[in-house]
Design a protein around this ligand. Sequence first.
Ligand code: KG4
Ligand code: ZN
Length: 342
Amino acid sequence: MEDTIILAIESSCDETAVAVIKNGHEILSNVVSTQIAIHRRYGGVVPEIASRKHLELINVVIAEALEQAELSLKDITHIAVTYGPGLVGALLVGVATAKALAFSSGKPLIGVHHIEGHICANFLVKQDLQFPLVCLVVSGGHTNIIKITDHGQYLLLGQTRDDAAGEAYDKIARAIGLPYPGGPQIEKLAKEGNPAAIELPRAWMGEDSFDFSFSGLKSAVLNYLNQAKMKGESIVAADVAASFQQAVLDVLVQKTIHAAEQSGVDTILLAGGVAANGTLREQLQQAAAAKGMQVYYPPVQFCTDNAAMIGAAAHYKAVRQEYAPLSLDVNPNLSFETLLSR
Ligand code: KG4
Ligand code: ZN
């Protein structure tokens, strides 16, 4: 197969991101224009503002990505774009732009599932990972344990039945007065707290279940905060952060190890925004080492939303010639199941 040089676009949430990726792993450029500072004053992402900002930024970010790669559109072999899941207006900006570029340049269009992008961030940095693999995907919208038997071949082992792990971090952060996005803030504050200070529930969902639930934990923390307020007691925010985080990580780590064990897999991957969490990385690595398993994860900038991961996923789709028609539409609720039927 000839080299692929993919221009990849990611605009599913609050990052306007464009990357140029050669052969799935050479990062010729990776530009991320984050809107975090704009959404922070509202305590979370405001969809209409996100769409408008994407629209203002997308052409500038594309030009910047091409310039940094020292390439022009004619050097690009494929145009790739996230088409779901995500915010509908935000996705529309990326998809409409990608379709226009593909149409005007005559290059094939590739539609990428955002979660497949997160998973493939691992292949950006390490190409010799041996299948089968088990991947824990933890982001603001998803919490999945996935078995990967080959590039593009996925099996869903478990998923959250309510809140995603990142969503729980963001909600608890908000409740203790930390700014958006809450994950990194909680991680930092937790380092100064006692993870055993407050007794909080862990939802195990049955012994052999790899499903998750974080809504009970979230309610338990909110109840704790309310009761303290009603009694006029002051809370130690660092202890709340540390105890909450430990309750999340205990379940993520144990279930992932158990899933790998049950599937006869000894290599575990981490993916998604919450995979940027250093305490999760350490605790998973420790638990895996005790079982003779290895853990790999992408560098932090490829865990949170970026377009390099979309370019990596698109490379393997290009190899399989899985192209999208120019009628490609966004799918804000694109399910993980669509990846399972290949
Ligand atoms: O993957 P991502 O950038 O966007 C989605 O696809 O959702 O993930 C964003 C989520 C947010 O909930 C954010 O709070 C969380 O990832 N996050 C973290 C950390 N960094 C980002 N959660 C825990 N610890 C972190 N260091
Ligand atoms: Zn994401």
